[in-house]
Design a protein around this ligand. Sequence first.
Ligand code: PLP
Length: 399
Amino acid sequence: MVVTPLRLRQQLAAFSPLSAITLAAAALTRLSGARTALEGAETLVAHHYDAQRAVLTDSGRSALQVAIELAVNVRGEERIVGLPAFQCFEVASAAVGAGCRIDFYDVDPYTLGPDLDSLERMLRRGVKVVVIAPLYGVPVAWDEVRALVDLYGARAIEDAAQGHGARWNGKRLGSLGLLSVVSFGRGKGWTGGAGGALLMRGDFSAVEPPMQHSAQEARIFAVTLVQWLAGRPWLYGLPASVPSLGLGETRYHGPTPPERMAAISASVVRWTHDMSAREAGVRRENAERWRLELPARTLAGLPHLTPGAVPGYLRLPIRLSPASAASASSGQAKRLGVARSYPVPLERVAEIAGNLCESRPVNPGADLLAARLVTLPTHSRLSEDDRRAIVDLCGGWTY
Ligand SMILES: Cc1ncc(COP(=O)(O)O)c(C=O)c1O
């Protein structure tokens, strides 16, 4: 039997700002009562994202599920939702939870935004509800997308789960749709340990997910505490070596009935607001430094930005040649926080096969991204040594 030596040091692919003080303050705030904690955080989140109303949910997936249900019911049409062909598997899970069949539009591998021709073909097939979900905080051309969606009398849900810190034409991602969704989950730019938010602008029916039990609250607080303790580069190799935790893996999690965010998470959201804004600034600076430090042939694979875009760069996405992307799966790359993106387009996630529409056009952009998209860390825990080692690793990469 080959025993691989355990290395404690491993860089995180993404980092959510938390501190002992924010966790302690959150625990104290929670004592003022669950409703008070939730309502305080909902007011803050609604204000931050310029929404008429925010409903905090147990996950970003739940928030998206509720958004899809609202959008589908408003139209009273067949329950079909259009998703990007390349995205986080939770997006598909939310559609399944909303009881929808799923159609896809392709993702442009050069901008990472919707392929507008493919989106239009999908709208012509009669899809009336579309999820637009920017990858890694790279804003999409929202004006073009909205014009197209409006032309076909459809409705766009903005899923800004990866968009913390990003802006498009001066507006925050998460503030663009009539219905928007954000995530406060692990590894997101602004975290509550777990959770999400549904953001509403306009006339939607009331949404009142059930409250969580206090036993769940205690578990969430314990997990958040462990995440905070273990989320340090000198120690992260330990949890990352436990297969059952699945850290850094893309797995499909089936939908669960949406619940309200745990009050303790809502308190954490309130207390991490300012440090998350600072961290977003660091991510942007680090992304700029990558532009100066990486070889030109690697930089050629960076996404083309749409006018007015200020990315949030939860991670820095780069399109590489298939061989270079394969080498980004090495143990050394993993130890440096370099990670492959999603391994397959959504239509190949076996668990959602029963929900797919019959028409199955090819999505070459999504296939290309699954084979070739790699992400570099941008967070504040990246050391100078890590940066140098990543530049060495990238030396052999081609676009
Ligand atoms: C685009 C997108 N939407 C939704 C989600 C679901 O968020 P959560 O993990 O909070 O359920 C994610 C999670 O990573 C995501 O990336």
